[in-house]
Write a protein of this length. Structure first.
Length: 190
């Protein structure tokens, strides 16, 4: 009866160690979600959700697409102001897009290069007349936008022009589901 009010030190240590193990396990499980949380925090700090046109690679992607790309094995993203990676160099010379940014994703699967640029109001008409001769299929997306695509081997290329913007994507061996259309939705629908 004398020990009925006391706690067992062995039991306290055992429960403490088990609790620390559970907390460490939860932290280990949460680590893969850290890039998404950091991206969301950065988006809210920069106010990018209110901007009409993406200003950097991170704002070009929805959270779901960003997570899918960044979690792919060997995935790395670099941003610069490289010219569009399109095979349609004639179009690049004719339109002379002013590059805002180029996002280059590399992974164990392949590469994806996407460029967002400013282009003149006649860029869509120039593309529609020049690209079919280079093997592209072109068609309207809306009254003010045109999309041209070309697939050759494991390379898929998409150019979308309209409303003073140029969006080009070249996917080599790595083809995430609806990548080009999802990025275009972000650019033109905010």
């Amino acid at each position: 009866m004398a020990r009925s009010g006391e706690r067992s030190p062995w039991l306290a240590w055992t429960v403490g160690i088990l609790s620390a193990g559970v907390v460490a396990g939860l932290v280990w499980l949460a680590i893969p979600g850290l890039p998404v949380v950091v991206g969301l925090a950065g988006d809210s700090q920069n106010g990018s959700a209110d901007d009409a046109t993406p200003a950097a690679c991170r704002t070009l992607y929805t959270d779901a697409l960003w997570a899918g790309l960044s979690w792919e094995a060997g995935s790395q993203l670099s941003q610069d102001q490289s010219p569009p990676a399109t095979a349609a160099t004639v179009l690049v010379d004719s339109v002379a897009p002013q590059v805002r940014f180029t996002c280059t994703w590399t992974s164990d699967l392949g590469t994806i290069v996407t460029t967002l640029a400013d282009a003149g109001p006649d860029a869509g008409a120039i593309a529609q007349s020049a690209l079919p001769g280079l093997g592209f299929g072109c068609g309207p997306v809306s009254d003010t936008r045109i999309r041209c695509t070309k697939s050759e081997g494991d390379v898929l290329e998409m150019l979308e022009l309209g409303d003073g913007l140029w969006l080009s994507t070249v996917e080599t061996a790595w083809h995430p589901e609806r990548y080009s259309s999802r990025v275009a939705e972000t650019v033109w629908n905010g």
